[in-house]
Design a protein around this ligand. Sequence first.
Ligand code: SF4
Length: 371
Amino acid sequence: MELVVESIFNTVKDKEFLRIAEKVLEGKRINQEEAVYLYKSNELTALGLIAEYINRKKNGMYAYFIVNRQINPTNVCMYQCDFCAFGVKKSDPRAYEMDMEEILKKVEELYQMGGREVHIVGGIPSYWNYDKYIEIVREVKKRFPDIIVKAWTAVEIHHMAKISGKSYQEVLTELKNAGLDALPGGGAEIFSDRVRQIIAPYKANAEEYLEVHKTAHKLGIPTNATMLYGHVETIEERVEHMEMLRKLQDETGGFQVFIPLAYWPEGTRLGGYRTSSVDDLKTIAISRIYLDNFDHIKAYWVTLGEKVAQVALNFGADDLDGTIQEEKIVHAAGTKSAYGHSVDKLVNLIKKSGKIPAERDTFYNVVKVYD
Ligand code: SF4
C-alpha cells in the first residue's frame, strides 16, 4: 500500500495537492483551507489512495456491518423541513403511527434473526408527550434486554427537553435509565445557520445538536455524527461542519463514527438533484482525512447505493451500516437501494469490494469475521 500511495508523487502534477498529501501521510492534521482545496481538486484517484491508506492504518482490511433494524414509529412531524420527504402532516394520507405492540413485534423479528441493535428515530408529532419517548425505550429494553437500543436523534432529544422543561442532562439520564444505549447521528444536516434557515429553520440548530451530543458523551452514552450534503451548502460549509465535529471529538472522544449522507431530492419541497458519485467518493475520502480523531467512516449503502458504497470501502470508509430491514426515510426521497439486506448479501457486497466482512455490535466490538 505504501508504495502505491507514494506513486502519486510521480503521477500528480498539482504541487499544492502534493504538499497537502505529504502532510496527511506524515500524520499531520490538515486545516479547513486545505480540505477545501482537496475538494476542489480533480485528483480523485490520488485522494482515494490517501484516504484508504489512513483507513487501513486504523481498521486494516476489515469492513464492518451490523445485524440491525430501523424502526420509525411515526412519520408525522411538526417541523416540516424542506429537504425531508419522510415527515408529513397528520392529515396527509401517507401519515402512519405504530402502536407499542407493532414496535415490539418488529424488535422480536430482529431478535429471532440474531440481530443486535434497533435504531429508533422518526417524525416528531406535536401531540406526543415526553413520556411516550421514554416509554418506547423502556418497553423495548424490558422485553429484549440483549438488544442494544440506539434511539432518538439530537433533534428529538432537544424537542423532548423543550416540551418537558427538562435539561438535556435530565432527559438523557432518564432515557439511559430506561435502557438507552447509544444515540444515532441524525439531525446534523449542515451546521451552517445560512443553510439551516433554508432547509430546516425550525428544528434544533447546530449549537443545540452539538450540546446534546456533548452531554451524552459526558454521561457515557456514545453517539454517531452525520452530515447531509448535496443540497444548497457550499464546500466551505461542509468543511466547517467537519471542523465543528472534530473540535467536539477532541474534547469528548464520544463519537463512534462519521456518516456522510448524500441528499435525495425526490418528493421534497426543496427539490434539486442527486449528488454525483465523484462527489460522494470525495466526501468519504475527505472526511476520512479531515476527521483524524474518528475511528470509523460509514459508507451508508442506503444513500450511496450498493455499488458506490463498495467503491467507498476503498476510498477511506470502513463500515456499510447494517441489514436495516425496513428503511423508510431515504426511500421516501427516492433512493432505489433495497429496503434491507440479508447478512449473506452484505457479506457478499463487502467481499466483492476486496475487504474482509466483520460483523460488529453498536460499539464496534467485532462479533464475527467472515474470512
Ligand atoms: S427531517 Fe426530521 S424533523 Fe425534519 S421534517 Fe423530517 S422527520 Fe421531521
